[in-house]
Write a protein that binds this ligand. Sequence first.
Ligand code: MLT
Ligand code: MN
Ligand code: ZN
Length: 305
Amino acid sequence: MHIRILGSAAGGGFPQWNCNCRNCLGVRRQELNARRRTQSSIAIRGADETAWTLVNASPDILAQLQANPQLQPARANRDTGIRNIVLTDSQIDHTTGLLMLRESPKPWPLWCTDNVFADLTTANPILQVLQRYCGVSRQTIPAAERENDVFTVEGCDDLRWRALALPGRPPPYSQREAQPGDVIGLAVEDVSTNRRLCYAPGVASIDPWLFEVMSSADCVLVDGTFWTDDELIRLGVSHKRAADMGHLTQSGGMIGWLDRLPAATRRVLIHINNTNPILIEDSPEREILTSHRIEVAYDGMEIVL
Ligand code: MLT
Ligand code: MN
Ligand code: ZN
C-alpha cells in the first residue's frame, strides 16, 4: 500500500493567509526552520500505480495534484489517477476540493457516512452544486458501530476499508447535534501484503477499542492538530479549546497513547494546525516527538507499507 500525503496541515494551511502567529510569520519571512503545508488530504493505492483513492478533498487539491504527478497517469487527453473519493467528515477543509474536481467526465464515486452526506446536501449543499457539473455517485460508508463492515472501492481491489466511528463534532456550519458517524477514522488493509494503516486526522479521544485497532496497524496516521488544549486561546485568536473542536492534543494524551503501541508501529502525526510548535523542525516540542519516535507528516511524504 502506498500512501501519499497531499496536505498535512489542518484547516487554514500553513502559513494561514491572515495569521501572524510566531509560526506563520516566521515561515512567511523564511526566518523559521519549517515547511509550508497545504490542507489535509491523502491519497492511497494498492498494487495498481494508476488507481488511487483520494481521502478528503481539500481546498488546495489543484495545487496538490500539480505537486504530485504520480496521480496523473496521462493515458488520454483528459485523465486522472483518482478513482474514488472517501470522506472522513464534512469539514470545509476536507470537502471544498470536491468543487475543484467538477470537470470530471463522469460522476465521482463518493464514499461518506449518512451524516456527512446530510451536511453536504443541506447546510453546505456542495453535492447539489456538483450535480450540475460532473455529479457524484454516492456510496454509503457504514458507520453505525464503532467498527463497521468492510467495504471495497471499485478499481482498488486489494484494499479493504473499515470505518471507525470516532468521538468528534460536526462542523461549525452544521446545525446537527453530534452523532456517531460525524467523524470517522479508516482502517485500511492491503490484502495482498496484509499490511494495515489506521488513519484518523481528527479524533477527540482514544478509547481502548480504538487503541486495539491502532495496535494492529503497521502505521498510524493520526490527529496532530494541537500541542496544547488552549493553544488558540493563548494566542488570542479563538475562544475554542482543542477539545471543543474534537482534537486530542499531543501534550494532553496523544504522545502517551502512541508510546504504548507495539515497538514496530510507525507513528505519524497529520492535520497539523499552523499554531502548533511541532511545525518548527528545531523546536523543543519537535525534539520531544523525535525522542518518542513520532514523525510529523509533510506535504509530498510517501509512506509505503
Ligand atoms: C478542524 O478539523 O477542526 C478544522 O481544521 C477546522 C477548519 O477547517 O476550520
Ligand atoms: Mn480539519
Ligand atoms: Zn498561524
